[in-house]
Write a protein that binds this ligand. Structure first.
Ligand SMILES: [Fe+2]
Length: 273
């Protein structure tokens, strides 16, 4: 299936693949998990990690361009509490973002993220609930808020949020910096500019106030654009009447139930072929 975005990109050159995205990230950050974890843990007001140029520059440019080509019907407006933001999580017409999602939901990336954030059994969300592209324009703001804590689609609890920004040449006087406030929602503690290629990762916190409350003051032809990923943990428990077991290959006709033979477990040498 060729999409509009694909056509747009193919005229120029081929798309950056998920594996290339991971190669770029890991060339910079693999084996630095310990340092990054320290940075994450001790950044106020609650564990946060902000890194510049987290993804290839060309990918940021492609994502920025793609966000302009995705047809209007794929976007929805978020308008709670006088905020305004356009969101797109249907990536039918977004081949570049599909590669990004593939990379950021991959086994390798999830394992890396688990180490940075000290979270085990971390899960991505294939439905992109509340996630995906986000776009805001001159005059738009996102009021200071705490995040939703439960993903109904996946039946999981929010653990981490990760945002990437793509607007080229974002100027500080245009505002739109992501602000983290104190636990009483009284004052700003730290903020990060929505600079192209920037990544901000933070831990879900019940009193984790954040947003970009000051209306964006960019030129009419510019916009603030990024992509959000939310990661989760599950508190699912196995049914005590059916405890966890491996695949069962034998059947006991008298008891009418499948069973296993312990001696058969284990891995044998690969066949020579
Ligand atoms: Fe939020």
């Amino acid at each position: 299936m060729e999409t509009l975005g694909q056509k747009h990109l193919d005229r120029e050159r081929r798309m950056i693949r998920d594996t290339e995205i991971l190669e770029y990230i890991f060339s910079k950050y693999k084996d630095k998990e310990r340092d990054l974890n320290e940075q994450y843990r001790y950044t106020p007001p609650y564990p946060t990690l902000a890194l510049d140029d987290f993804i290839p520059e060309q990918l940021s440019k492609d994502l920025y361009e793609e966000s302009k080509t995705i047809p209007k019907e794929y976007w929805t407006a978020f308008t709670r509490a006088n905020s305004y933001m356009e969101e797109c999580k249907d990536l039918t017409e977004a081949p570049v973002a599909r590669q990004l999602v593939s990379a950021f939901h991959s086994r390798e990336f999830m394992q890396w993220l688990s180490k940075i954030a000290d979270v085990q059994h971390l899960l991505p969300d294939p439905y992109l609930v509340g996630a995906g592209y986000m776009k805001s324009f001159k005059g738009d703001s996102l009021k200071i808020h705490t995040d939703f804590n439960w993903n109904e689609e996946c039946q999981t609890h929010r653990a981490l949020s990760l945002i990437l920004y793509f607007t080229p040449d974002w100027k500080p006087e245009w505002h739109g910096d992501l602000q983290f406030w104190d636990f009483e929602k009284k004052r700003k503690v730290v903020s990060y500019p929505p600079k192209m290629g920037n990544m901000v990762l933070w831990k879900y916190h019940k009193r984790g106030f954040h947003g970009h409350p000051n209306p964006i003051d960019c030129p009419e032809d510019k916009f603030r654009v990024g992509f959000r990923f939310f990661y989760y943990i599950s508190d699912s428990k196995h049914d005590w009447r059916d405890p966890p077991h491996k695949s069962l290959y034998w059947y006991d006709k008298e008891k009418n139930q499948p069973y296993h033979i312990d001696a058969e477990y284990g891995h044998k040498k690969l066949k020579d072929n």
